[in-house]
Design a protein around this ligand. Sequence first.
Ligand code: ADP
Ligand code: F6P
Length: 320
Amino acid sequence: MKKIAVLTSGGDSQGMNTAVRAVAKAAISKGIEVYGIKRGYKGMLEDQIFHMSSLDVSGIADQGGTILLSARLPEFKNPEIRAKAAENLKKRGIEGLVVIGGDGSFHGAHHLYEEHGIKTIGIPGTIDNDIAGTDYTIGYDTALNIILDAISKLKDTAISHERTYLVEVMGRNCGDLALYSAIAGGASGVMIPEIKSSIEDIAEVIKKRRSQGKLYDIIVVAEGAGNVLEIEKELSKKVDTSIRVTILGHTQRGGSPTASDRILATKLGIKAVELLIEGKAGLMVGMQSGKVTTHTLSYAWENYNKTSEEDYKIANMLSL
Ligand code: ADP
Ligand code: F6P
């Protein structure tokens, strides 16, 4: 393995830069040439590939976003498009590719390996935490802490005005950000895509809390659990508290990664390069019970089922 490339793809997440830095430094230290691909698979297709030095990754461990930029290219599902993109690596003699992204990006990496023999390794980078084979994805911890900070601020003003806040957080298919921010943030309720919760039940919780003299309610709503404005409309028919909606949106994807995300990104980045040096490919790296682990790329989506009904019950038990 003499030349490898690295790209970031899909929704960006805090810690992607830390992972890019680890990959580049680990490879350069072993005498491997490193190429950066801009804008994910789009840049791979459009030949936006440049030689990287350790200077390119210097001082980025703490920077949010991704210096390689990210993009979505739905056409990458088309094998002909993938063949064209693979050609841009082959013509440079690039044998290995580290893909930092979510499960969509892992699908692309899987196909590149199966169809074109590009030695791909996936590093889970997404705030959603929706990938099997790792306890946490890179960016999840930072996003969770951003939500907790927001909940804490909203709580102050909610109390002053004795209001109910519906806080929409990211997660179209995965409720981890919502569920664990609700538990850690002391929320009064949570709605996640994986488990149906009734607005009636939430209204009952609010009424009970108010009958106990509690002055506010924070309900965390994952974006995939339903339209938060519709939920507000329905809820307002059932309770007489003043309701406000706050959509945290893309604030959850920015800012400096937490220590935990930086360490995770660094360890996984180094492991990805080690695997390529060993000639391994078609794999993803993760951290499970404190150990760096490897699985096939398809393991990421085939075994994804992280929802903990037990933790959902805990969140609801703590709501009163
Ligand atoms: P994430 O990687 O965060 O899940 P997306 O689902 O948007 O984000 O996927 C990122 C990119 O990965 C897509 O824009 C596309 O280029 C590529 N991709 C997604 N799904 C597939 C697939 N089934 N086959 C090939 N490439 C895919
Ligand atoms: O996958 C990461 C994520 O932030 C999801 O939580 C969210 O649903 C989606 O990306 C938002 O995508 P976009 O950046 O296209 O608005």
